[in-house]
Design a protein around this ligand. Structure first.
Ligand code: SAH
Ligand code: F3S
Length: 485
């Protein structure tokens, strides 16, 4: 199972690029968790490159080690703690070395981190990265430093992220930060604060710059992109106090999507994550209208049972979700969906679980990201509900949803066989260096033999002749016509 869009193999991977020659200090920066963290790390690298730090892939040569952490499930936190313990020897050997924790775990644990982990010198929450230069002055002076203040308006809009470790073809562009939804199981509203949207002009600017630098695909990123709302103010919750002028000129997600689609007409555009409660059909209409908006939506549902959806505070029913999917399929016939699912949430019965399985069959998702419920301290579910589904039952149900998703994925992938797909080449296949790896509009991975003249970043027609559970097997279509002629 993988974290969303971030390959399991990339979890905890340190990224580096050549930066400013005048910089003399070395930063080793590792990211865990969701795309937002990987994207934030690019902002951190950008801020620190102005402070004399270049990134490195070798932890031994680092002056500063930063872990951008995830709190979403207990296991994510355990991974980070294990990683921290591995730095112990390094720190003994190099007393000047500073070790810092960024992101959601920093925000959740705050000063506790400094108390619990003697090794950590620096704790910085997701809205405080601009303060890093000051905080590093403290640690340079031998003192611990912390800033975990959450902001109502920080979007890092003016910071041009340093693109770390990517393929030079696909990039993330953050459009919102935080989340106001308060799903009862979720720690994100506590670790990432109030929802706020980024100025559309700075988004468009970043997309244009990416296009000019050779990027071919962007993913607009937010915890809940459908809730995007720009009115010149800060937090979304304060929109009610906006002026009439601000209200009448406000930009919502579908409009932003259109602005981006027009600004970079050859760029492939994706977005993540969508929320069924906030998603409106005008987003699907934009997908149908603009060729360059990919026909794929990641639409987490978490459960197929109304009883569970209510306890999770998802603010929609099973039927409302299915209705949204039906409308989407009517507007964009070749649309593909993926899901997030939580099994074994508080009080989940066998009947609830069966409803999850039946919903999955009804939607026929292309992919899924499935998790056993992990109680997070401080969340409404932790405070008010009992985590009462035994671990073995959670694991069995998880195995069942994963097995079903496997069948559905295989079925969906086989539906792509026999047709020509536009594939954006992202790199060399991991399994075979003679093959390219890319994705179609529906986000299905496709591999095919390399031919001279093709390069990373090309979009080429590929005839799909077979599939595995998660991959399309193809042949560059130009070769087929050559062969036929
Ligand atoms: N809107 C966010 C969701 C973040 S959390 C986004 O941008 O993706 C990602 C997924 O983790 C959720 O959709 C949910 O399926 C899962 N998740 C969140 N909290 C969880 C918990 N306490 N236990 C298990 N899975 C959880
Ligand atoms: Fe979490 Fe629900 Fe927001 S899953 S990120 S509280 S939409």
């Amino acid at each position: 199972m993988q974290e969303k869009y971030i390959d399991e193999s990339k979890q905890g991977e340190a990224f580096a690029i050549a930066e400013k020659p005048q910089n003399s200090r070395k930063l080793f920066l590792e990211s865990y968790g969701c795309q937002m963290n990987f994207s934030d790390s690019e902002i951190v690298a950008s801020i620190l490159s102005e402070q004399g730090y270049n990134t490195t892939l070798k932890q031994e040569e680092a002056d500063l080690i930063l872990l951008n952490t995830c709190s979403i499930r207990e296991k994510a936190e355990q991974t980070v703690r294990m990683r921290l313990s591995q730095f112990k020897n390094l720190k003994k050997e190099k007393p000047g070395l500073t070790v810092g924790v960024l992101g959601c775990m920093a925000e959740r644990l705050k000063t506790k981190f400094l108390e619990e982990e003697q090794l950590v010198d620096l704790v910085v929450g997701p809205d405080a990265y601009r303060d890093l230069p000051n905080l590093l002055k403290e640690t340079d002076g031998g003192r611990d430093a912390i800033n975990v203040i959450l902001s109502k308006d920080e979007t890092y809009a003016d910071i041009n992220p340093v693109r770390l470790g990517g393929n030079g073809v696909t990039a993330f562009v953050t459009i919102t930060r935080g989340c106001d939804n308060m799903c009862t199981f979720c720690v994100v509203p506590f670790t990432r604060g109030r929802e706020r949207s980024r100025d559309p002009h700075s988004i468009i600017e970043e997309c244009r710059t990416l296009w000019e630098s050779g990027y071919k695909e962007i993913t607009l990123l937010g915890q809940n992109v459908d809730s995007y709302l720009w009115y010149g103010g800060g937090a979304k919750k304060d929109f009610k106090n906006a002026t009439e002028m601000q209200k009448s000129t406000a930009v919502r997600f579908a409009q932003l999507l259109e602005m981006v689609a027009q600004a970079v007409p050859q760029m492939r555009i994706r977005f993540s994550t969508s929320n069924p409660h906030d998603m409106t059909t005008d987003v699907f209409e934009m997908m149908a209208r603009y060729e360059n908006i990919c026909k794929y939506v990641h639409l987490p549902v978490q459960s197929g049972s109304d009883r569970m959806l209510e306890k999770m505070n998802r603010q929609h029913t099973r039927e409302e979700y299915l209705e949204l999917i039906r409308k989407a399929k009517a507007i964009v016939p070749d649309i593909a969906f993926s899901q997030d699912m939580i099994v074994g949430f508080c009080g989940e019965t066998e009947e609830d679980h069966q409803l999850t399985l039946s919903l999955m069959k009804e939607v026929e998702y292309d992919y899924g990201y499935m998790f056993a419920y992990s109680e997070r301290p401080g969340t409404p579910a932790h405070k008010k509900m009992e985590d009462d589904v035994p671990a073995d039952v959670k694991q069995r149900r998880l195995a069942e949803v994963i097995a079903l998703q496997g069948e559905l994925s295989r079925k969906r992938m086989s539906g792509y066989v026999g047709k020509i797909h536009e594939i954006l080449i992202e790199g060399t296949s991991k399994k075979d260096e003679n093959q390219w790896k890319g994705r179609n509009s529906q986000n299905a991975v496709c591999v095919f033999d390399k031919k001279p003249g093709q390069k990373i970043g090309d979009v080429i027609p590929v005839f799909v002749h077979g599939n595995t559970q998660g991959t399309l097997l193809g042949t560059a279509a130009a070769e087929i016509s050559v062969a036929v002629n």
